[in-house]
Design a protein around this ligand. Structure first.
Ligand SMILES: Nc1nc2c(ncn2[C@@H]2O[C@H](COP(=O)(O)OP(=O)(O)O)[C@@H](O)[C@H]2O)c(=O)[nH]1
Ligand SMILES: Nc1ncnc2c1ncn2[C@@H]1O[C@H](COP(=O)(O)OP(=O)(O)O)[C@@H](O)[C@H]1O
Length: 213
């Protein structure tokens, strides 16, 4: 019988950023559905829920006054204003998941990514997702049909600014064909999991190997 050898490792933080509509939510959902070692960081936001969005699963929806309380109590790892609303990452669930050796997926913007990169260093792996074209991006925002024309227009006008941060990310993936994009993101996650510096159990394993076990 063959035995699977599990080497202990630190959890990692996988960040996905993109202009709105490029496909972060779609990719996140399929990664989470297939991967038991990955958990989503659920953000707090002052944005109103979209049809079908679930409290505590998609976001913690709240009033600005309650969001401010989280900031004042230092309960957010990072926060930023995006499209007139506030968004932030609750600290406690992230710390709990990392301690349990789980990986965490973040759907956050470039401002949040910069803050996490400063705080978390090598635990962070960041991926920027680009749409295949501006036209395709607009079409996706419109066919998602969850925002008013005005909101879609505002998101489109911010796309170029968000894209300008592409070079701050470890990886850049183009979401043309969704299956290919998903496969690339999965490959990045798999490779980062076996990075030597994350595998805290390697030293003991190699010592035992060299001693003839
Ligand atoms: N900094 C930061 N950005 C967030 C957070 N949660 C969501 N965002 C970003 O806020 C932007 C708007 O998100 P949302 O309103 O859900 O629309 P989406 O662009 O269609 O996903 C996206 O760029 C998200 O990545 C967070 O906790 N922190
Ligand atoms: N590769 C793709 N080709 C065509 N449509 C896509 C692709 N990826 C995502 N979409 C669609 O585009 C819309 C926006 O995707 P979504 O994941 O909500 O983006 P984001 O979370 O980045 O705002 C959704 O309706 C989604 O089904």
């Amino acid at each position: 019988m063959t035995e699977t050898i599990e080497i202990e490792r630190r959890g990692l933080m996988l960040v996905l950023s993109s202009p709105s509509g490029a496909g972060k939510t779609t990719i996140s959902r399929s990664l989470l559905a297939e991967d038991d070692e990955l958990a989503m960081s659920v953000s707090a936001t002052t944005r109103a829920p979209r049809p079908g969005e679930v409290e505590g699963k998609d976001y913690y929806f709240m009033e600005p006054v309650d969001f401010n309380l989280l900031i004042n109590r230092d309960e957010l790892l990072e926060h930023a204003k995006v499209f007139d609303n506030y968004y932030g990452t609750p600290r406690e669930p992230v710390e709990r998941a990392l301690a349990a050796g789980k990986d965490i997926l973040f759907d956050i913007d470039w401002q949040g990514t910069q803050q996490l990169a400063q705080k978390m260093g090598d635990d962070l792996v960041s991926i920027f997702i680009l749409p295949p074209s501006t036209q395709a991006l607009e079409k996706r925002l419109k066919t998602r049909a969850q925002d008013s024309d005005e909101v879609v227009a505002r998101r489109m006008s911010k796309a170029s600014e968000e894209i300008s941060h592409w070079a701050e990310y470890d990886y850049v993936v183009i979401n043309d064909d969704i299956n290919r994009c998903r496969a690339e993101v999965k490959a990045i996650l798999q490779a980062e999991r076996v990075r030597r510096t994350r595998r805290t159990g390697l030293l003991t394993f190699v010592e035992q190997l060299r001693e003839g076990y």
